[in-house]
Design a binder for this molecule. Sequence first.
Ligand code: M6R
Length: 359
Amino acid sequence: EKGLYPHYMLKEIDEQPSVMRTLISEYLTEDGLSTIDKKIVSHMASSDRIYIVGCGTSWHAGLVGKKIIEELTNIPVEVHLASEMGYDMPLLSEKPFFIFLTQSGETADSRQVLVKVNELNLPSLTITNVKGSTLSREATYTLLLHAGPEIAVASTKAYTSQIAVMTYLAQAIGLEKGIELAKSIDLAHEMAIIASVMDSMISEKELISGLSESFLGTTRNAFFIGRGLDYAVSMEAALKLKEISYIQAEGFAAGELKHGTIALIEEGTPVIAIITDKHTASHTRGNAKEVESRGANVLTISLEDVAHDGDELVLLPVHNLLTPLVSVVPLQLLAYYASLQRGLDVDKPRNLAKSVTVE
Ligand code: M6R
């Protein structure tokens, strides 16, 4: 039930800090040890390459998961769109392991790949919100998102919980392999910080609603830019905005705009810059300047460590591998308000279903 909330999407955005807290106790013991089945961990630790498969927002979570898993486990990761992989299986490594990311556990495109993986007798893990779902039953292993039902068509808490679950998994594998970075991270502590930074963003609804009105109020298109993890979040932010506000939006690698797409920038085009990484912040700021000088209205979301005066939204610092968990929250809210301000059906956008059970 959505209770006092006007929409499921808003409720589900607000639930994210509590989901993060639930996941700490689901995936770690009081002593900070992983609760993940040792069989999954050792199976994955012995793999030479991990293939993440998903669609839409789950695929976007996979892009973030790739970075986290590679850093914490030293195992190379490829991320694939299920609807492509189903027809064109890439060259596989000697000991591949597949992760299926799917909130519903029922997505036909993803299932089609799992069927092929099973025909090849290869090991798989489904990370899903729905216990007993088709992809959970058909994969070798399952891990649950513990996010509670996600009703709004636009996925929010599934994205953040998928990233969190992959982080717990990656650390467990990294510890098994003796990777230094995995040993050095106190995940319960980092995730508790994440939950409170999410809380602080969620309390900025009025500010974000105002930003949506002034930056996205009348526009027909918008761009989101970032580098690395911020680029991955840009794509998710663009999907969210398209899906519920019908504003044409694109997530772009900040440095790539000048290779063509910058031609679309006109007086007043909104460009939302996501800047959380100190190694790339100055470059992305440079790209924001480039579009600004061509008339774009730049809205900057940054992390405190790299913030400049005038940034519209500044997030408190979190672990540098986990920034998407917090930077996505204001972007979800921005999409929510853009849809609301246009008088659209936030929870049930046109042409879409919650669970896509056709290929
Ligand atoms: O249930 P799944 O995670 O497999 O669904 C995948 C996509 O259909 C889903 O994430 C979709 O992109 C969302 N509506 C995006 O908000």
